[in-house]
Design a protein around this ligand. Structure first.
Ligand code: NAD
Length: 440
């Protein structure tokens, strides 16, 4: 196969993957699907302007999935990926899923079993694994530079509140308003799982309270969640994700030979593009320290120009297409690893709701374990949780007045008027570098 024929569901965040396919030597864009007419039309206009004429446009998934293509990218709402991934694989397509892979255990079991039954490639688009510093950590870890993993810290703090109206349009039930504090946990945990290849076995969760900043924008979620995760070798990760006021993307890992970490944002030292390596064969503080710091140059660095999230948006798509083409070196996050990144968040929230009791993370690689969970729909989404609906916060789902959502909607319209009729369409027209889905 010369080029993998790809269709993209979701034309806002999906514009990053659309742009990849337009430029790539290993993929081509054959279809785009979005139920929002402005999003679809803006993509059509842009593609025509650029001379891409062989793209089909769909306003619904059912017709889109019948299109003659090898693979689909799911860049629809974060809580709705699993049902589409399952349908797509059953329709014979390989799947690339944006974050998150699933929202409850029932979906997790179904997703794994669909991958196993269909034999299709499933790649989880956890792009933060491919940022320069954490990716260098992976390489060095695999070379044995750190020794055995002992402890790690990771942060994904993104204050989205200034752009909340443009992300949620004042919709009370928008997924961003309705998730729990530990849901969006893979940008923090993901890279450490990908670096070490270790499986999480148990977790204790913590969350803070809700704050006025978020409540007044309609969010029903506590400001941040923390997961204290024990890995299969006894190592521990402290992970935090949330909407604290100042953004941070940061990874630090300790092993039997030392420590590696990325630059803190406030150090103003190229952020997650810079690594610090303090490893040796001596006895910790009693040996000579040899601290190196540099900005790793990634393979294919020349091709990542214009891609968001430090160029990492390029690598997830590149590796997905290479995997389908049969390249043995293609580095994707497969379905099992995706769940190793996701389950610590879900079980941390179970722990929070249970007063901080540690929770064992089920090993879904084991078919017998799946049977214990295949009917468990517990999550915060009323559309799928049934009688297992969870509150969005440990103190209960807050009752936010309609006037708050009406106000957020007004802010969204005001923004849309300012920006050429549609703020988000304008944002993604500028290209994937500028529109990264609000990501840090
Ligand atoms: N990896 C990253 O760095 C990163 C950054 C931003 C967003 N994301 C992820 O990208 C995804 C999309 O982001 P978002 O939620 O902000 O939304 P978005 O603004 O990108 O909108 C989602 C689009 O999907 C379309 N859509 C949803 N359901 C559909 C359906 N059933 N049929 C047709 N079209 C449908 C909507 O009309 C909308 O245009 C989420 O999963 C989010 O987690 C990831």
């Amino acid at each position: 196969m010369e080029k993998v024929r790809i269709g993209v569901l979701g034309a806002y965040r999906g514009s990053s993957m659309i742009n990849y396919c337009k430029r790539a030597s290993n993929a081509e864009l054959v279809a785009i699907c979005d139920k929002t007419p402005e999003a679809l039309e803006a993509q059509r206009a842009r593609a025509e302007e650029e001379g891409h004429t062989n793209i089909a446009y769909y306003d619904n998934f059912e017709d889109f999935i019948k299109h003659d293509m090898d693979a689909v990218v799911l860049a629809n709402y974060a809580t709705e990926h699993a049902p589409f991934a399952i349908k797509a694989m059953k329709a014979g397509k390989h799947v690339y899923s944006e974050c998150l892979p699933v929202q409850n255990m029932k979906e997790a079991v179904e997703l794994i079993e669909t991958v196993e039954e269909t034999g299709k490639i499933y790649a989880f688009g956890e792009n933060y694994c491919y940022m320069a510093a954490p990716y260098e950590m992976k390489k060095l870890y695999e070379q044995g530079k750190l020794g055995e993993f002992e402890y790690g810290e990771c942060e994904y703090i993104h204050n989205c509140i200034p752009i909340w109206p443009c992300l949620t349009y004042g919709e009370r039930d928008h997924w961003r308003n309705n998730v729990h504090s530990c849901f969006y946990c893979t940008h923090s945990i993901g890279p450490i799982i990908h670096i070490t290849g270790l499986k999480p076995v148990s977790v204790t969760g913590f969350e803070t309270t809700m704050n006025e900043r978020m409540l007044s924008n309609g969010s029903k979620t506590a400001t941040f969640g923390i997961q204290m995760i024990t890995l299969e070798n006894g190592g521990i990760i402290k992970a935090i994700n949330g909407n604290l006021y100042k953004d941070s993307v940061w990874y630090s890992i300790y092993g039997s030979k030392g420590r590696m970490e990325s630059a803190r944002k406030d150090a103003q030292a190229q952020y997650h593009e810079r690594i610090y390596v303090n490893c040796d064969e001596f006895q910790g503080a009693y040996g000579e320290e040899n601290i190196e710091t540099y900005e790793p140059v990634q393979d294919l660095a020349g091709e990542t120009q214009g891609f968001g999230h430090g160029g990492s948006d390029f690598y997830t798509m590149y590796n997905f297409a290479e995997k389908i083409k049969g390249n043995p070196k293609a580095d994707i996050v497969d379905v099992y690893e995706a769940l190793d990144m996701f389950l610590p968040g879900l079980f941390a929230y179970f722990s929070i709701l249970d007063g901080g009791v540690p929770k064992e993370i089920p090993n879904l690689r084991d078919k017998a374990v799946r049977d214990l969970w295949r009917n468990n729909t517990a999550c915060t989404d009323p559309k799928v949780a049934g009688d297992m609906l969870l509150p969005t916060c440990k103190t209960g789902t807050p009752d936010i007045p309609d006037s708050v959502y009406a106000h957020v909607e007004e802010l969204w319209h005001a923004e849309a008027e300012k920006e050429d009729g549609n703020y988000r369409a304008k944002a993604f027209k500028q290209g994937s570098k500028e529109y990264t889905g609000g990501g840090e």
